[in-house]
Design a protein around this ligand. Structure first.
Ligand SMILES: Nc1nc2c(ncn2[C@@H]2O[C@H](COP(=O)(O)OP(=O)(O)OP(=O)(O)O)[C@@H](O)[C@H]2O)c(=O)[nH]1
Ligand SMILES: [Mg+2]
Length: 561
């Protein structure tokens, strides 16, 4: 088996690599949250029995279609709009099965045929189910033992969370495949993506997809163009493969498997070691960048501080105004939530619901024969059960719609924070010559669950006591008219109650989102203040030897290269 191939040399565990422990310690000591995923990826690298071959790229370039072809079945959902929303890992396994690893770490078995409900944007919008990664095991992948095929959500779509999910996973990559559509060959974003992936692995190839869309002359022209661009943009050669998921292009797939996959498996140890080396090198470089910034800041005299602070963060008033903007976004959306839910619940659903219950009531009425008390009881039981059933369905079906104001707030807060972060980073880089490394922890927005629908008591009086004195033969018509009126009134009352429940839940989630955004804002300003506020000789003395050691590691690596 490939993973047992020990004839090649190369460090398999991170601790053997110069600088890793030092950089990991610096990451922990200086709380460099944005380097933590890379530290984790490096630590787990040593335990991995498989190379991760991950396909990245712009949405709609055919990444999932490509992997479906490679695994020989239509497993992954595909479509003309952005589809994949969760990273999916596929590897050989003795039994066919799938599991979802949730963001909170729990692992759930899921039926293989239902993975779409976890990984497709349409069925799991904005990853509202909170899935971290889906893993699939297939006995048919015997020939890929030692390989983990990874499908990632597409980049650059309007769904920013998909880009975030792909980039968050990217430190784990060993063999990166960048999918580029033959219809838009190699954009500026593709180049940036390759550069980003090169931080984590030197094993990068480009897959030119959908080549069936070009005739052979155009295909040659596009191939030459992409190949030429790759050569001029990157110092190391990047292999290029053509692919089409359409039938008639099987030879391209066979060539890819032979020249890329089998070659990688044959050189398993060295590919794994190279990816590990690259990750550690990136970690050491980024940790030393951070320390250089921290050192410059600790060495800056107090006299220059206030001026620096003002130049980076702006005045206290300007900061307060920015933070107020976040609160106003939330307040505005929370204020409109009731009207929004009302529009989608009461206005849209009331009439059809009334019609359904009226028809149901007319069917039931002839069955209720007895004293007033008995009929009232039958009516109440029927109406409560019917209403509860109908409202539960309406509530669940409308959940996505009702949460729209929450999503708007989340999107606006995220964009607001991002632009603040970009501005700060740019100013710090201008003044110190080193980019600002800030904690880019994601806001966690949990959409509220559907409330439990409960229909309260319908009649307050206990009619049982006097029902025997009322002759139903005479009053039945009047009583039934009252039932009809009561049905409409109960629909109105309970829809309004459900609207209130949803309003409370959505505005509660909006408030918590706004609070989180406020905290992120404060974290960001605190990080900068911590860097800028005081001249700190002790801190400078602590940083200097660490920085020297990290720089020595980097110099040693460059020397080796
Ligand atoms: N002509 C042609 N169309 C293709 C090919 N591969 C995929 N498509 C079409 O391109 C669209 C996108 O395919 P997907 O496989 O879902 O693309 P993706 O890159 O996984 O998209 P995201 O998951 O959104 O990132 C679908 O409509 C596919 O039918 C191909 O080789 N040739
Ligand atoms: Mg996809």
């Amino acid at each position: 088996m490939n993973e047992a191939n020990t004839s090649e040399s190369g460090p398999a565990v991170a601790s053997e690599l110069a600088g890793f422990q030092l950089a990991a310690d610096v990451t922990e000591r200086f709380e460099l949250a944005d380097l933590e995923p890379l530290v984790r990826a490096i630590r787990t690298q040593g335990e991995k029995r498989e190379l991760s071959l991950a396909v990245f790229g712009r949405f709609n370039t055919g990444k999932s279609s490509f992997l479906n072809r490679v695994i020989g079945r239509a497993l992954l959902p595909v479509g003309a709009v952005p589809v994949t929303s969760v990273v999916t890992e596929i590897s050989y396994g003795g039994a066919e099965r799938a599991e979802a690893v949730m963001l909170d770490g729990r692992v759930r078995a899921i039926p293989l045929h239902a993975i779409g409900s976890h990984i497709a944007e349409g069925e799991n919008p904005r990853n509202e189910k909170g899935v971290d990664v889906v893993r699939v095991f297939l006995p048919s992948l015997e020939r890929f033992r030692g390989l983990r095929l990874v499908d990632t959500p597409g980049l650059e779509s309007l769904f920013r969370h998909n880009t975030d999910a792909s980039l968050a996973w990217s430190p784990n990559v060993d063999l990166a495949l960048v999918a580029v559509g033959a219809d838009s060959p190699l954009t500026e974003q593709d180049r940036e993506l390759i550069e980003r992936l090169a931080q984590f692995t030197p094993n990068i190839a480009v897959l030119l997809t959908k080549v069936d869309m070009l005739d052979s002359d155009d295909r040659r022209e596009v191939l030459d163009y992409v190949d030429g661009r790759l050569r001029s943009e990157f110092a190391t050669p990047i292999p290029l493969f053509c692919f089409s998921a359409r039938s008639g292009f099987e030879e391209l797939q066979a060539r890819f498997e032979r020249d890329h996959v089998q070659a990688a498996l044959a050189a398993f140890q060295s590919r794994r070691a190279a990816a590990l080396e690259r990750k550690v090198e990136t970690l050491v470089r980024e940790a030393s960048d951070y320390l250089r910034l921290a050192l410059k800041s600790a060495e800056t005299a107090d006299a220059e501080r206030e001026d620096l602070r003002e130049r980076v963060l702006g005045s206290a008033q300007a900061l307060a105004d920015r933070k107020l903007q976040l609160r106003l976004i939330a307040r505005h959306s929370a204020g409109g939530t009731r009207a929004w839910v009302e529009q989608h619940l009461e206005s849209a659903a009331r009439k059809p619901l009334e019609k359904r219950l009226e028809a149901g009531l007319e069917e039931e009425l002839p069955r209720w024969r007895g004293s007033l008390g008995k009929e009232l009881e039958a009516f109440e039981r029927w109406l409560r059960a019917k209403l509860a059933g109908e409202l539960t369905v309406l509530s669940a079906a409308g959940q996505n719609q009702f949460c729209q104001p929450l999503r708007d707030v989340e999107r606006q807060c995220r964009a607001n924070l991002q632009s603040f972060r970009d501005e700060l980073s740019e100013k710090v880089e201008r003044l110190f010559g080193v980019p600002l490394r800030t904690t880019e922890s994601e806001m966690e927005v949990r959409p509220p669950e559907s409330p439990d629908v409960s229909v309260g008591k319908i009649f307050d009086r206990n009619w049982e006591l006097i029902s025997w004195v009322i002759p139903m033969a005479i009053f039945r018509g009047v009583v039934h008219t009252r039932f009809r009126e009561k049905t409409a009134a109960e629909i109105q009352k309970n829809l309004s109650r459900l609207t209130t429940q949803w309003e409370e839940r959505v505005t509660g989630a909006i408030e918590s989102t706004a609070k989180q955004a406020g905290q992120r804002f404060d974290d960001l300003t605190r990080t900068v203040e911590r860097l800028l506020l005081s001249e700190d000789r002790e801190r400078a003395a602590e940083i200097r030897p660490l920085l020297e050691q990290l720089e020595a590691v980097l110099a040693g690596r460059e020397g080796q290269a």
